[in-house]
Design a protein around this ligand. Structure first.
Ligand code: FAD
Ligand code: NAD
Length: 479
């Protein structure tokens, strides 16, 4: 007889584990099947995010930032540090410790909340039966009232640069270098290319980033993208736009990468090459033909606005469905789905998904860009405030960047907030809250912010929408 559950979640990344924990909190008998193994070979819940994504990349970004601060910037504030050196294997080992602590934390949260964690592979059969294959090869069948599919995504590749796990790596391999490659090539100036390019550039690699598109970060506000490109190039990242990678050859001295740009055929020699050209949904072996769940031409599981698939009582959440491939977006979907199963009526507000690129300065935004709104024919007012005029940013020797707020010209409702600057990842949360509550720029302007804080830049940008920022000369004067 099959083991029965109210909810079976397949995939224990941020979408799946959040769904499982919330389901159990709501009193639903819940199992979560996940096949990931940690570096020690033991089950490691947490998915891409904890094992090979958000967390390890941020551990290395923070460590490498601290190194640059110590090696290059502490002297600016009167702290002389001699003989700063790096220990890359120690950084990697510390990153692994952080990951192990957090994946172990999910196992503890499962236990504490009453989720049955099932390490192994799940496969959806017909009638919401789930085939479970443990890591020991034992196969059993679970019967679920509801199934939540959260299998996540894996790196995409391109034919000219096949990943070999040594000279040519994907993001997972790029988190494991034991020394900074002298010459590092990166394909793709997207989020991963910029974050991991920054990590290794800070630790001494000469980094060349080849990007196919003519525009840098086309999804970001044009001013923020332009300023960020200048800053990142200034840090030594050699970002080459409008390049078409045509081939690669692995040899004794690394990799020769050939590409075409406006000047014709080019090539670079690098010691390591990171391929960071996007990710694709991962559904290999997940769906039995009888499951009733279909994937689209790009491999995404088809869902409606509430993450319901075509099969009754089967939902799909996270990177495997439409929308941005972000941990917090997946978690919100997972929680929404199980709360609806329990009879509540939450929705995910896809208009307020924050985006962050953890370079330094950080790049963060929520909502629409000025350009998108212009194209849609929406008249807007904007306000911008540079961190160069922020007392706190100057005091911290960290004053590069700007906050820009875009508001509806007629209603003053905030439609987008775009930040390049220190702690932009934290500052953007204020904008998300304001937009969740349909705030106007005036509402933010009337809100009191502590002084001196970086947040005051958000306040001043909001005041700037109405043309009366205090600590700068307003270009547009209004009452
Ligand atoms: P995943 O995290 O991919 O988890 C899916 C899990 O399901 C995996 O453990 C997988 O092994 C398992 N699984 C799949 N199929 C089966 C099956 N049949 N049976 C059992 N288990 C299965 N996002 C952010 O928001 N912020 C960041 O800073 C950030 N940084 C990133 C850095 C890097 C280098 C990378 C690669 C990604 C980063 N992301 C970041 C993206 C983020 O990791 C993903 O959006 C997020 O992990 C998606 O969550 P998920 O639960 O949908 O899938
Ligand atoms: P991405 O979509 O952010 O960037 C990929 C880049 O590669 C794009 O600029 C694209 O134009 C370029 N590209 C594609 N094909 C190319 C080619 N043949 N030659 C040169 N350039 C090419 O994807 P990513 O950086 O791989 O990240 C994958 C996903 O993981 C993203 O969706 C992202 O949201 C998520 N992620 C998020 C964070 C974060 O939130 N901080 C960090 C890392 C990853």
């Amino acid at each position: 007889m099959s083991e029965q559950f109210d909810v079976v979640v397949i995939g224990g990344g941020p979408a799946g584990y959040a769904a499982a924990i919330r389901a159990a909190q709501l009193g639903l008998a819940t199992a979560c099947i996940d096949k990931s193994l940690g570096k020690d070979g033991k089950p490691a819940f947490g998915g891409t995010c904890l094992n090979w994504g958000c967390i390890p990349s941020k551990a290395l970004l923070d460590a490498s930032h601290k190194y640059v601060e110590a090696a290059q910037h502490l002297g600016d504030v009167g702290i002389e540090v001699a003989g700063v050196s790096m220990d890359v294997p120690k950084m990697i080992a510390r990153k692994d410790d952080v990951v192990a602590g957090l994946t172990g934390g999910i196992a503890a949260l499962f236990k504490g909340n009453g989720v049955t964690g099932m390490p192994g592979v799940g496969r959806l059969l017909s009638g919401r039966r789930v085939e479970y294959t443990g890591h020991d090869g034992a196969v059993s069948t679970l019967q679920a009232e509801h199934v939540v599919l959260a299998p996540g995504s894996v790196p995409a590749g391109i034919p000219p640069t096949p990943v070999d796990g040594d000279s040519i790596v994907d993001s997972t391999g790029a988190l494991e270098f034991q020394e900074a490659p002298a010459r590092l090539g990166v394909i793709g100036a997207g989020v991963i290319g910029l974050e991991l390019g920054s990590v290794w550039g800070r630790l001494g690699s000469e980094v060349v980033i080849l990007e196919a598109l003519p525009d840098f970060l086309p999804m970001a506000d044009a001013r923020i993208a332009r300023d960020a490109l200048k800053v990142l190039r200034g840090q030594g990242l050699d970002i080459r736009l409008e390049t078409l990678v045509t081939g690669s050859k692995v040899g004794g001295n690394g990799v020769t990468v050939t590409y075409e740009d406006a000047d014709g055929q080019q090539s670079i020699e690098v010691d390591k090459l990171i391929v960071a050209v996007g990710r694709k949904p991962y559904t290999e072996g997940l769906l039995d033909p009888g499951s009733g769940v279909a994937v689209d031409a790009n491999g995404f599981i088809g869902v409606d606005d509430l993450c319901a698939t075509a099969a009754p009582n089967v939902h799909a959440v996270g990177d495997c469905v439409r929308g941005p491939m972000l941990a917090h977006k997946g978690s919100e979907e997972g929680v929404m789905v199980v709360e609806r199963i329990a009879g509540f009526k939450p929705l995910v507000n896809y208009d307020t998904v924050p985006n962050v690129i953890y370079t330094h300065p950080e790049i963060a935004w929520v909502g629409k860009t000025e350009q998108e709104l212009e194209e849609a024919g929406v008249a807007v007012h904007t306000g911008a405030f540079p961190f160069a005029a922020s007392g706190r940013a100057l005091a911290a020797n960290d004053a590069v960047g700007v906050v820009k707020i875009v508001a509806d010209a007629e209603t003053d409702r905030i439609l987008g907030v775009h930040i390049l600057g220190p702690q932009a990842s934290e500052l953007v949360a204020q904008a998300v809250i304001a937009m969740e509550f349909d705030a106007s720029a005036e509402d933010l302007g009337l809100t009191m912010f502590a002084h001196p804080t970086l947040s005051e830049a958000v306040h001043e940008a909001a005041l700037g929408v109405a043309g009366h920022a205090i600590h700068m000369v307003n270009r547009r004067k209004r009452a």
